[in-house]
Structures are given as C-alpha cells and as structure tokens.
Design a protein around this ligand. Structure first.
Ligand code: ZN
Ligand code: ZN
Length: 294
C-alpha cells in the first residue's frame, strides 16, 4: 500500500486554509516529500512527522510555489537530526535543482555558520545529495522503485512527474503540466494519479491578463481527468486548486472531473489522505461492448 497525503493544496496565492503545493507519499517505511511549498513542515508536523524522517525530497519543477520552503526543509532537517554522521538528504529534481539547492544553502550561509559555531556536534553544513533527472529510474531501495518522465509546463522546462511503486501499488505525481504523451505513458495503469489542476472556466473570466496567462501551461480539471482516463488509472487525486475550492463547491469540481473520468475521484483540503492498494488499477477503462460494424 502507498499512502498519499495532500500536505498543501494551495497555489502561489497565499491562502489561510491551504499550504503551498506539496504531497507526501509513504511506501512501506520510506517517506517521500514531493515538492515543498509554503508551510510544508507545519503540515508535516500535523501528521506527526518531521523533516528528519524524510527518505528523499522529489521536485517536479523549480517554480517558486513548489520550492518555497526548500530552505526550511534543508535547515530544519539538519538541526533536528541528532544522530552522528546523518545521511545526506537526497534531493531529486530536474536539471537546475543543484543550482537552486546550492543557492539556498548560500542564502542560509550565515545561519549555517552561526549554528556550527554554537553547537559542538554540528561540524559541517546540511548534508544534501542532489540528483538531476529528466527521465528514467531515480530511486530503487528496499522495495520502493521510483521513475520520472518529462511533463509539459512550458515555458518552464525541464519539468518532471514521478511514479512511485511499492509492493504492487503505484502512484504517479504529475506536478504542473498540460496533457502530454510522456505523462500518459508514465501514468499508464497506475493505482492513482495525483494531478495539479486549475479551473480554466473561472480563470478565463478574470480581468488580469497575468492571471489568465496560467491557463496555457496547466491542466484544467477536465484535462487532468481525461489524462487519468487515457492512462487507465484507478484513482484521480486533484490538488493545487486554482482558484482555491470555495467552501461548498467541492461537488462542482468533482462533477467536472466526472465528465471525463468515471472511477474514484479524490479532492479536499490539506491533509486529505488517500490509500492506494495494489490492484486498485483495473487497466484501461471499460468503455462498454464494442459495437459490431454496420
Ligand atoms: Zn508550475
Ligand atoms: Zn504550481
């Protein structure tokens, strides 16, 4: 079983109820954080976990809303790990990730210096280990296998989605993307697809062109649902709602997804949890008996 927790379902726009984009995937005793938006460690604390328990941080892309708390994750893990010779935090992301991590460590350089000077058992900077990928296997430890594939969030490039597999269960984390073939392939037959979505029907009516601009590089609810159907996934998990789901309108969002996807649809607030069991995927959707040719 893989357990998915939507740690942050928000967007770049600060929301009192929603942390920035971030999803947790627990597979066996391994814990993966996918993206680290605003407030991620507070949400992690809400489910009794800390940065020092993460097996790896996976980044889908380097947009600010998805990496806003990267410094917090790195520094907090460092100062809250009390075992000597703590292993480095693996950070897996698209090309550019190493530069962002290095710049983050530099930005916190004074802090790192203060803490090393103050604590005898902190003898070096936060240990991290960055791996950049655009495609292929990125993780294979103790029965958890993770692969990535390119997504399409242009002009943001490169961007990647991840597929986590464990004991027969599988979860795909698409990140921000428009529908694309490589995501369809990555998600094919997965137990669950976690997809970021925007309501293009609402955003397109807004008077600010800069906000309307986001429509061309995100999937709408219907597009994400159509991706889930093409890939034949078992559960569609929607997150990163733009605009934020207004209280009482969850069913509207669900109905839009249901126009394109007829299996289990999950959405909700921060900390919404979905269990993905092996075999939840039943392959390509049964579209009914094939009609005989006239
Ligand atoms: Zn983005
Ligand atoms: Zn985003």
């Amino acid at each position: 079983m893989i357990e998915v927790t939507l740690l942050g379902t928000g967007s770049p726009i600060p929301d009192p109820e929603r942390a920035g984009p971030s999803t947790l995937a627990r597979a066996g005793d391994q814990i993966f954080l996918i993206d680290c938006g605003r407030g991620v460690l507070q949400r992690l604390a809400a489910i009794g976990l800390g940065a020092n328990q993460l097996s790896a941080l996976l980044l889908t892309h380097l947009h600010s809303d998805h990496i806003a708390d990267l410094g917090d994750v790195i520094i907090t893990r460092w100062v809250s790990t009390f075992t000597p010779d703590a292993p480095p935090l693996p950070i897996i992301g698209p090309p550019g990730t190493a530069e962002v991590v290095a710049a983050t460590l530099k930005a916190f350089g004074f802090d790192v210096g203060y803490r090393i000077a103050h604590h005898a058992d902190l003898t070096g900077p936060p240990p991290v280990e960055v791996h950049e990928y655009t495609d292929g296997a990125v993780w294979d430890h103790d029965g958890v296998h993770i692969q990535c594939a390119p997504t399409d969030h242009r002009p943001v490039t490169p961007t990647i989605g991840f597929r986590v597999e464990h004991a027969g269960a599988s979860v795909v984390l698409a990140g921000d993307t428009v529908p694309c073939e490589s995501l369809d392939t990555l998600a094919a037959g997965a137990g669950a697809l976690v997809h970021t979505v925007i309501r293009k029907d609402l955003i397109e009516k807004l008077p600010m062109q800069r906000i309307r601009d986001i429509c061309d590089y995100h999937s709408s609810v219907e597009e994400a649902a159509a991706t889930a159907t093409r890939a034949g996934v078992g559960i569609l998990v929607l997150t990163h709602y733009v605009p934020a789901i207004a209280p009482g309108t969850e069913d509207q969002w669900r109905a839009l997804a249901a126009t394109e996807f007829d299996r289990q649809i999950e959405l909700g607030g921060d900390l919404h949890r979905v269990q993905v069991h092996p075999g939840v995927c039943t392959g390509p959707r049964d579209t009914g008996p094939v009609k005989p040719a006239e």
